[in-house]
Each structure stands twice: as C-alpha cells, then as structure tokens.
Ligand binder design. Structure first.
Ligand code: SAM
Length: 411
C-alpha cells in the first residue's frame, strides 16, 4: 500500500512505531492480567531484555487500536489548535543537541524554556531507541551519541561527563533566552548531590533560582521503582529559574534557618503530620525545595547525599503502606496541637486496625491525651471531631481509618 500524503504517512509511521513497542520479544506481559497488558522492557527496566514467556499479540488489532487513538488525538488537537501549526513559522523542530542551541537559535531570542533533561539515572536513550531508529530510518550519528547528556550507555559516560554536558546545555539556554526571561527545568533524583550539581550549573550559567513546584505522577511504570520503593523516586520537581540579566546571584543561606539535618527533620515531621504519613517521594519533594530555598542543599548533600539515610535514623518506615511515620510517636517540632492530635488519631486507628483490635471513641480520647503530653492539650469534643474526620465507624462503636474511595470493613 502506498500513501502519497506526507502528513498521513507520518501519522501512520507514528502508529507503526507505537505498535512496535508491543510487537517484539522485549514486551513483558503483566502477570494475571490480559495478555496485551504490559509494556516493553525498554520502558520499564531501561534494558533490552527478552521476555521469559514472550507473547505474540495480534499485529493488525494492535495497529488498528493505535490508529484509532491517533485519530482521537488529532480530533482533539484540531479542535484546540486548528491549523495554527506551520513548519518553521509557528513551530520549529530540529534534530539537534541542546548543547548546541546557538547553531539554530539567535542569542537572546527565546521568551521561555521548559526542559526535561535526563536525570543521570543511567538511562541510555539513544542505545534504547536503536530498534525504533532502524525501523523509522532515523539517522543517529556518532556526534549525537557524543553530545547525549547521559551517564553510562555504549560510550560509558561518567557522572562527570553527564554533568559537563548538562552544564553546557544550560549555558546555551542562558545564551538564547531573553534577559529576565524564565526557564523551568524538570528534575528527579533521590541523591541530593545531583541536585546540588544541577543548581550549581544553573547558577554558573547565569540563572537565578526562584522556586520549586511538585509534579506528582499518577501511575508508576518503572519496574525499578516498584522493586525498590524506598530507593527510587517517582514524581518530579519543576525548578523555576530566571535568566538574571546581570551577574549571577547565588542562593544565599538565610539566617537562623538551623542546620540542614534539623531542617530536614522538621520538614519531614511537618509533612508526615499533614499527610498522616508520607512516602519517600513526598518527603523528598518537601525537603529539596526547603533546602534549595535556604541555600543548604550543598551542605546537606555533602554530608548525607541520600535522604533515606536521614529518614532511617529519625523516622520509621512501614512497608505495607510505603509510608514514613514518627518514630516513637513523640512529635518534636512545634505544630498546632489540633494537627498533631489529628495525626495521632489516624495513626492509632491504623495501628489497631493492623492488629485487628479496632478502638472505640473513649479509648481514642484516652490515647490521644497521653500522646499529646508534650504538645499541648485538646478536649474530648475536639478529639471526637477529628475522629470523624479521619475515621469511619462501620459497626457504630469501633473505629477504622477512613480510606478514600474505599468502603471500610471490620475484618
Ligand atoms: C527525561 S527525558 C525527557 C522525556 C520527555 N519529557 C518525554 O516525555 O518524552 C530526557 C530526554 O533528553 C534527551 N537528550 C539527551 N541528551 C540530549 C541532548 N544533548 N540534546 C537534546 N536532548 C537530549 C534524551 O534523549 C531524552 O529523551
């Protein structure tokens, strides 16, 4: 079959490459689900790995599904942007390296940059796209490989190579951005020393750090993350920088902020109390912006590198829920008594549910009074109110934690 319309041909190619992800021996079919559920090892473990039990999905059905989805997407974009897109006029697409933006962009010509660079997590993108590039006829040159901002890969790049290339691309971004314009950079890495290097490279390029916004992810695809819930992060942070027109303004250490570990502890405690227990990501996403803002990320990463070590010495991790909690139930920081009590109520309900010994209201009040010893006091009426906020009482006397969207049941 021949398709003369280049646009339609490109769309069919896209549907084809999306089909290819599933029609090959690296496709790992998810256990106990429909055979077609799953994904390529390339995207889940970032390696070419032949499945132990390869499945052969029906090619045409898979291709037809991709075409239908593409049509749906086209309908939506047609409605939203119509024919706004004109090659090289309203949009510019280039096969080029971010380390060489000045090859095709004028200095001080860009209004805003949103970039999602590699996180130094040993994902060799170009190596992993070999299969696609071959099928789609894409020309990956040795220079593309040399410029690729990664650690590892076929060229065995070091962490130093990765950081130097990232710094080079940030310097180019600074050159092409208009003075005073903004740059947002998406980043995720559990080792805070990578953050430190990133922020340093941004400052060296002439960017001024402004703030950080959390961007959680809904579904976790990474097998690596699923196997190492504590050690691998999901979700990202978006760091916003300003292209400072003059000289670099480094993030200054704010006075009286305390030591980095103290800030980490307080921030984590606050997050755990607020969220009634918090995952490693949630704590990481709370801590990094705090340390960045206080100019203490460098000091913290130098001393500790990884947040998990500090979490382990000050908090307890519950594998079942995947959340960190306050170690011995003693809250050290200064918080509103009602917030601390709310945490204690929720914690008590969860612990007693796990022991299959759900509590009644009188006991909740007694236990919360005890737990609050050092953190002020609250009357029974206020505790009862909190109990209704975080708990449910299916049998009219025993209380269970309120789980969103899930009907609680006694045993
Ligand atoms: C974290 S991923 C971004 C993924 C992207 N946001 C998406 O949703 O598909 C980092 C990307 O940077 C690309 N990359 C690595 N070195 C590059 C370079 N020198 N110039 C441009 N892109 C590069 C990688 O190929 C990879 O696609």
């Amino acid at each position: 079959m021949e398709c003369r319309d280049t646009r339609q041909r490109d769309l069919l190619r896209l549907a084809f490459s999306a089909t290819l992800v599933r029609i090959n021996r690296t496709f790992l079919s998810a256990k106990n689900r429909r055979e077609s559920r799953g994904g390529s090892a390339v995207f889940s473990i970032y390696r070419y790995k032949v499945a132990k039990r390869p499945v052969e999905l029906p090619l045409w059905t898979q291709f037809a599904t991709r075409v239908e989805r593409l049509l749906e997407a086209k309908r939506e974009t047609n409605e939203l942007i119509g024919d706004y897109y004109r090659d090289d006029v309203t949009a510019l697409f280039r096969h080029a390296s971010a380390t060489r933006l000045l090859d095709f962009l004028k200095p001080r010509s860009v209004d805003y940059i949103y970039t999602d660079p590699p996180y130094g997590g040993h994902i060799a993108y170009l190596d992993l796209t070999t299969m696609w590039s071959a099928w789609l006829g894409l020309d990956i040159t040795p220079d593309d490989r040399a410029q690729e901002v990664i650690e590892g890969g076929e060229l065995r790049k070091t962490r130093g190579d990765y950081q130097a290339l990232l710094a080079q691309s940030l310097a180019q971004m600074h050159e092409v951005l208009k003075p005073g314009a903004w740059m947002s950079i998406v980043f995720a890495h559990r080792d805070t020393t990578y953050w430190d290097a990133l922020v340093d490279a941004c400052a060296a390029a002439g960017f001024q750090y402004a703030n950080t916004v959390v961007q959680p992810v809904g579904v976790v695809w990474s097998m690596h993350k699923k196997k190492n819930p504590l050690r691998v992060l999901s979700g990202e942070l978006v760091l916003n920088f300003r292209n400072s027109p003059s000289t670099v303004v480094a993030v200054k250490r704010a006075p009286d902020q305390g030591e980095p570990v103290q800030i980490v502890r307080e921030t984590c405690e606050a997050e755990i109390i607020r969220s009634l227990g918090a995952t490693t990501e949630e704590l990481h996403h709370a801590v990094v912006p705090r340390l960045l803002g206080a100019g203490l990320l460098r000091a913290f990463s130098k001393e500790h590198g990884d947040l998990v070590g500090v979490l382990e010495s000050h908090f307890v991790f519950e594998p079942a829920s995947g959340k960190w909690h306050i170690a011995d139930g003693t809250v050290r920081g200064r918080f509103v008594t009602r917030d601390i009590a709310r945490y204690h109520v929720a914690r008590l309900l969860a612990l007693r549910r796990d022991e299959a010994r759900p509590v009644n209201e009188a006991e909740v009040c007694r236990q919360v009074h005890l737990a609050l010893r050092l953190n002020g006091s609250l009357d029974d009426k206020a505790i009862a109110q909190l109990l209704r906020e975080v708990g449910v009482c299916p049998d009219g006397s025993h209380w269970l934690p309120r789980t969103e969207g899930v009907q609680a049941q006694l045993f």
